[in-house]
Design a protein around this ligand. Structure first.
Ligand SMILES: Cc1ncc(COP(=O)(O)O)c(C=O)c1O
Length: 407
């Protein structure tokens, strides 16, 4: 090796040794991440041997603590064991997978469904086989990281991956126009039905109109829409009365469905193609029996008690209007996510620390989860929060907000 090369040689791990941002926050005692729960009844959890009101979970309907959901998961372990130990393609399909696929397809009013082992894998697993070299992917700039990962896995690259300005329909149309001037290949427009950071509802009706105009297909990630908006919690397509128009909807089990895994629904021929071409499906073990049984039981509860979705939105609305009237900079909306803009990272960590000391857990989002200068508290609520829980959250925000000079 020449001496010039020797001088340039650097350990791969140098960046790890240089990374001290998290340690700096830990040293100040205000580090909010990787905090362990010691138990959980949904809206109230135990952390550091204290009861804490959980105001940052995606357990939207509170069903992880539902007795029927827990019982079904236990039954599944007793019958099938703890893992399927293989991919759906080979030895990893149990009858619970097929039953849940049929139930989900019926619930969503689509021909077929396909399960994946996580929501993250679902995004990758749907985009990768569908979008080939000459096709174009058109993605909202604020789509979830799993969609971005799916975009990278697809065969589309360079100018065939287009990101349009967040929720900007003029920009979407101008991108579609440019693509159609160049080629007649397939176009997949991918959007989050409800955006995961700020909780806005995607204007899916306008996306759909543009998709039809430019002969594109639409894939919606309904992770934060399923169980929250639409008829009986059926998500974005239902919210806009577009059940027959939206080609593909994907979703995770890790929020409303109180489990871990994911699914996509759509036309039977498309689902059949994904089944035989999706590497995330073929080369990964199938969702575990308990996870599938829990998601299936949570779906039963949602079908039997659609009023839970209204309760969830009403809880989030109560917090939203209360925090706005206290003077917090709240991004308005109508989903379960209530973002409070703080802008400054350290102030956000301090607010988190005050709230946590007072028995409230919320999430702090900083870059890269938010654009720079938009540090925020990402609060999210459950149908199972009681009025007392909600009032306690407001009281703590008021106290901490005044102490830190935020309100
Ligand atoms: C919009 C969106 N899509 C996909 C996912 C990934 O789901 P999972 O947690 O099941 O991997 C999430 C989870 O945060 C999400 O918010």
């Amino acid at each position: 090796m020449s001496s010039a090369t020797q001088q340039k040689t650097q350990s791969l791990f140098k960046k790890c040794l240089d990374f001290t941002r998290a340690d700096d926050i830990k040293a100040k005692g205000i580090y909010p991440y990787f905090r362990a729960l010691q138990d959980s009844e949904g809206p109230v959890v135990k952390m550091e041997n204290r009861k804490i009101i959980m105001a940052g979970s995606n357990n939207y309907l509170g069903l992880t603590a539902h007795p029927y959901v827990k019982e079904k998961a236990i039954e599944a372990i007793k019958k099938y064991g703890t893992s399927c130990s293989g991919s759906r393609y080979l030895t990893g399909t149990i009858d619970l997978h097929n039953e849940l696929e049929n139930k989900l397809a019926k619930f969503m009013g689509k021909e077929a469904a396909l399960l994946f082992s996580t929501g993250f894998q679902t995004g990758q697993g749907v985009i990768q086989p569908l979008v080939r070299r000459h096709d174009t992917l058109v993605s909202d700039k604020e789509n979830h990281a799993s969609i971005v990962a799916g975009n990278m896995l697809s065969k589309a690259s360079g100018t065939n991956v287009v990101r349009y300005k967040h929720c900007d329909m003029e920009d979407l149309e101008s991108q579609l126009q440019k693509i159609r001037e160049k080629n007649k290949h397939g176009i997949l427009i991918v959007v989050d039905g409800v955006f995961s950071t700020f909780g806005e509802i995607c204007p899916l009706d306008e996306v759909n109109t543009l998709a039809k105009k430019y002969s594109a297909e639409v894939l919606v990630d309904d992770a934060h829409a399923f169980g929250v908006i639409g008829k009986g919690g059926r998500g974005s397509a239902s919210h806009f009365n577009l059940e027959d128009d939206i080609d593909l909807t994907l979703c995770t089990f890790s929020k409303t469905l109180a489990s871990i895994g994911g699914f996509v629904v759509g036309n039977e021929r498309v689902i059949n193609y994904l089944k035989h071409h999706s590497s995330a499906l073929i080369f990964s073990a199938s969702p575990a029996p308990a996870s599938v049984a829990a998601a299936s039981a949570a779906l039963d509860v949602l079908e039997q008690q659609p009023q839970l979705c209204e309760q969830l939105r009403s809880n989030a609305n109560y917090i939203r209007t209360s925090l706005i009237s206290l003077g917090f900079d709240v991004i308005d909306g109508e989903t379960a996510i209530v973002p409070v803009l703080i802008r400054d990272d350290e102030k956000a960590f301090k607010l988190w620390s005050e709230l946590f000391s007072d028995g409230i857990f919320v999430n702090v989002f900083i870059t890269p989860a938010t654009p720079p200068g938009k540090a925020m508290m990402r609060n999210s609520f459950m149908a199972s929060h009681t009025q007392n829980h909600l009032d306690k959250v407001i009281e703590s925000y008021a106290k901490a907000g005044k102490k830190l000079g935020i309100i």
